[in-house]
Ligand binder design. Structure first.
Ligand SMILES: Nc1ncnc2c1ncn2[C@@H]1O[C@H](COP(=O)(O)OP(=O)(O)OP(=O)(O)O)[C@@H](O)[C@H]1O
Ligand code: SF4
Ligand SMILES: [Mg+2]
Length: 334
């Protein structure tokens, strides 16, 4: 584990749920366990894909790792520094090494600024380069994200979705990160542009020695981009392993359902609007005991609802089935 750039150990992030005045007066405060004990590690120049349906906690994992939101418990260790125990100036100093590409295409793109100003601002957040150095870096950044310099005089609203994504990426690269959380970087884009963005990220990984946590609800995109894949369900990783294994020979019933539903959707040529998950957004109602996937699990149904799946003392742990392949299920698929 010593070669890890990032280690995430039993990370939890629970949000308080507002339930209205009367419930609060009764002391009935709810909790949303958005991230409920997530562990994984990432090596230098590696991409770990994090996949799961809308609302399962992917963005919250990314933000908590970067210290953009405080963890409820658990540890995040980046390049030997325990992020979860840091704050103030030491955390700010590490920030340039760890960046996030936000899900929203417009995030960080001030509509009143031209692209040149936006990039100049990003370059001067942590450093004070000379004007000449700034101009050189701006052209280098445009080159890295494969945009022409005529974009510099434009405003964000004059750019296409793909161009906005590239400028968002250039902003992040301006800071000089080693590790990037890329949160659904392709989700709002046409299929052909999605492929371009994935290729660009892969090229940049090679050229700049970057490591990624690549977040998506789309297992196909995650497979293209990632060395390892972690499948998340209701705040927990339920399966993790090398990309090819997770996509084509999954052991967890949820991973298989996720993959099958994507293939079926592709066959039906479903509209992009349906792309946020085959069952819509979770409401975080979950079984009070046992395996959190039991209410939707085809294997549980087919096996005649075995008691162990819903037993209070037996929420299936993430066990190593074979070298580097982990699964949290009492009846993994072979
Ligand atoms: N600031 C917050 N306050 C309260 N609840 C939150 C907050 N942020 C996220 N949540 C809740 O935590 C859960 C996980 O949200 P998150 O945004 O991490 O999911 P996601 O997997 O990224 O979903 P999507 O694919 O739609 O982006 C959801 O139930 C969400 O409503
Ligand atoms: S433990 Fe049981 S309910 Fe949970 S995924 Fe496995 S078979 Fe399904
Ligand atoms: Mg999200």
């Amino acid at each position: 584990m010593s070669e890890s750039l990032l280690e995430v150990i039993d990370l939890k992030k629970h949000f308080r749920q507002r339930r209205g005045l009367f419930a609060n007066l009764r002391g009935a405060e709810g909790v949303i366990p958005a991230v409920d004990g997530v562990s994984f590690y990432l090596k230098e120049q590696e991409t770990v894909g994090l996949v799961g349906e809308s609302g399962c906690g992917k963005t919250t994992v990314g933000k908590t790792i970067l210290g953009l939101t405080g963890a409820t418990s658990g540890k995040v260790i980046f390049a030997g520094h325990e992020i979860t125990a840091m704050g103030g100036e030491p955390l700010r100093a590490l920030r340039s090494s760890m960046q996030m590409i936000f899900q929203d295409l417009d995030a960080g793109l001030n509509p009143k600024m031209r692209i040149e100003q936006i990039l100049r601002e990003a370059l001067t957040v942590h450093h004070r380069p000379s004007d000449a150095e700034c101009a050189r870096r701006i052209h280098e950044l445009l080159d890295q994200v494969k945009l022409k310099s005529n974009k510099l005089s434009q405003y964000p609203h004059e750019l296409s979705g793909g161009e906005k994504r590239r400028i968002g990426l250039a902003r992040v690269l301006a800071v000089g990160p080693r590790f990037i959380v890329a949160d659904e970087p392709t989700s709002a884009l046409d299929v052909s542009i999605q492929a371009q963005v994935v290729n660009l990220l892969r090229d940049l990984q090679q050229d700049l020695a970057l490591s990624f946590l690549f977040i998506s609800h789309d297992l196909r995109i995650v497979e293209l981009m990632s060395h390892k894949v972690a499948v998340m369900y209701l705040g927990k990783i339920v399966e993790m392993g090398v990309s090819e294994r997770i996509s084509h020979r999954p052991a967890h019933p949820y991973t298989r359902v996720l993959w099958t539903s994507l293939v079926e959707k592709q066959n039906r040529e479903a509209q992009p609007a349906a792309a946020s998950g085959a069952w819509g957004v979770f409401d975080f109602e979950r079984p009070s005991a046992g395996c959190r996937f039991a209410p939707r699990c085809p294997v549980y149904q087919a096996a005649g609802r075995p008691a162990i799946c819903t037993d209070a003392a037996s929420e299936p742990p993430l066990r190593e089935l074979s070298s580097g392949h982990y699964c949290a299920c009492h009846f993994p698929l072979s």
